[in-house]
Design a protein around this ligand. Structure first.
Ligand code: URP
Ligand code: ZN
Ligand code: ZN
Length: 470
């Protein structure tokens, strides 16, 4: 099967030019001007952008959390991703306490066997316990399975939170095994005390989710994780950075040349803490962690994205329905399952309000949503760019298409949209994953199972491009 995309403006993190792209058997085999080669399918991309498929390094499909389970599985979640131009996601394969790492991996492989993804999927291993089931020896072997990042939570006390000993031991293993350590950085002990005090005072509304997780608790944990990773000699990636207090230690570490990386998520760039005050429990929709912050943080985040202090934008897609799941905490904010949806709208929002409004360049946009996640999570240059030998994960992007984001039209199972009613300009027209068209206009063309599990290279190593067919 071959596809020729003609006359588009090809944009990667490094380049921006008009040309044609030929994909054969899932791989980009030729790039040039006015290619006169035959192909099974020709797509006219005149006036459109041709982008590398986006990579979302932070999602939670069908994950048990907060007393319930996220409402997208690997089918609905990946369909939603595909409609937004994302062709690879990396999800958290969570170790249930007491389980071994091989057991955790087997359970997640079963999930993608059953709920067949339409885009490619990788896993991070989520470490919750290194005392009962999880051993350091097994952890050291996880990267051999193509799962080359370890995720630890410094918050959610009594659930998935680990102590500093566990965090540090995992970092030491990572320094040897070549894994990238990812942290959810918040001081879970202090937050636990603040939550108990608020509840004791009868403060039960969603807004207390933010008031009991002040930015300094994120800043402190971010700094602690950075210092511990430095002692262990491990590379570190701080997930969902939401505020100035967490940006600052990352900036300092990077200025010192330490391998400290950070991402933010779409929602932190656009939603502020006042959303939690919406009446009639509408505020419950915005209970994700870290919480939406005071608005001034958004400028700090944009600044950090444009100066390279932050390296990626993910979604932290962790969808719980408002009706029946978020409402579990109607009378007690601490019982609202933490997480928000967004996998479909990352590129819409960033292109419209980042690129079009001049906050980031088009190439930086590609770098933040595709190239850097691919690079730091061992997928580059197979993914994250458009080059001969890379996977033909391609998005033909219509820069003028107008769309109103809404739960009534998105493809996730979740019953609300964080950006409900937002009008965006710019959206995918055609999306290809390994040379197969998976989305065309408003149609899903992919068959379930079009996506594959992708084994990733270790941190700092490259996933070699595929041989180009003769
Ligand atoms: O609220 C969130 N972010 N839920 C998902 C788990 C996590 O902390 O990433
Ligand atoms: Zn988190
Ligand atoms: Zn998350």
């Amino acid at each position: 099967m071959s596809v020729l995309i003609k006359g588009g403006r090809i944009v990667t993190a490094a380049d921006d030019y008009v040309g044609d792209v030929l994909a054969e058997n899932g791989v980009v085999t030729l790039i040039g001007e006015s290619l006169g080669v035959p192909a099974d399918r020709v797509i006219d991309a005149t006036g459109k952008l041709v982008l590398p498929g986006a990579v979302d390094p932070h999602t939670h499909m069908e994950m048990a959390f907060g007393g319930t389970v996220t409402c997208d599985d690997f089918t609905s979640g990946t369909v939603s991703a595909a409609f937004g131009g994302t062709t690879t996601l990396i999800d958290f394969c969570m170790q249930t306490p007491g389980a071994t790492f091989p057991e955790a991996l087997a359970a997640y492989h079963e999930k993608i066997e059953r709920a067949k993804p339409v885009i490619d999927v990788g896993f991070h291993i989520g470490i919750t316990d290194l005392r009962e089931g999880g051993t350091l020896e097994d952890l050291a072997k996880v990267p051999d399975e193509g799962v080359t990042s370890y995720k630890l939570f410094m918050a959610y006390k009594g659930a998935v939170m680990v102590d500093d000993e566990t965090l540090f031991r995992a970092m030491e293993v990572a320094a040897e095994s070549g894994a990238l350590v990812m942290v959810h950085a918040e001081n879970g002990d202090a937050i636990h005390v603040l939550v108990q005090q608020a509840l004791a005072e009868g403060k039960t509304d969603p807004v207390w989710h933010a008031r009991t997780r002040p930015p300094i608790t994120e800043g402190e944990a971010t700094n602690r994780a950075i210092q511990l990773a430095h002692v262990a000699g491990a590379p570190l990636y701080v997930v969902h950075v939401s505020c100035k207090e967490a940006i600052e230690p990352i900036a300092r570490a990077r200025a010192a040349g330490w391998p400290a990386l950070g991402e933010t998520c779409t929602q932190y760039l656009f939603i502020d803490e006042t959303a939690l005050e919406k009446p009639n429990f509408e505020g419950g929709k915005y209970v994700y962690t870290p919480p939406p912050r005071p608005k001034e943080n958004q400028e700090h985040l944009w600044q950090a994205l444009s100066t390279g202090v932050l390296s990626a934008v993910s979604t932290d897609h962790c969808p719980f329905k408002w009706d029946g799941q978020k409402t579990l905490g109607r009378d007690d904010f601490s019982k609202i399952p933490n997480g928000g949806p967004g996998i479909e709208n990352r590129l819409h929002m960033l292109y419209s309000f980042g690129v079009r409004e001049g906050r980031i360049s088009l190439r930086r946009f590609v770098e933040l949503v595709s190239t850097n996640p691919a690079r730091y999570f061992g997928l580059y240059p197979r993914k994250g760019t458009i080059a001969v030998g890379s996977d033909a994960d391609l998005v033909v992007w219509d820069p003028e298409k107008r769309l109103t984001l809404s739960a009534s039209t998105h493809h996730s199972n979740v019953d609300y949209n964080l950006f409900e009613g937002t009008e965006v300009v710019g959206a995918p027209e055609v999306v290809l994953c390994r040379g197969q068209v998976i989305v065309e206009g408003d149609e899903l063309v992919a068959q379930p199972g079009a996506g594959r599990f992708v084994k990733r290279a270790r941190f700092g190593e490259e996933l070699t491009a595929r041989p180009v067919p003769a």
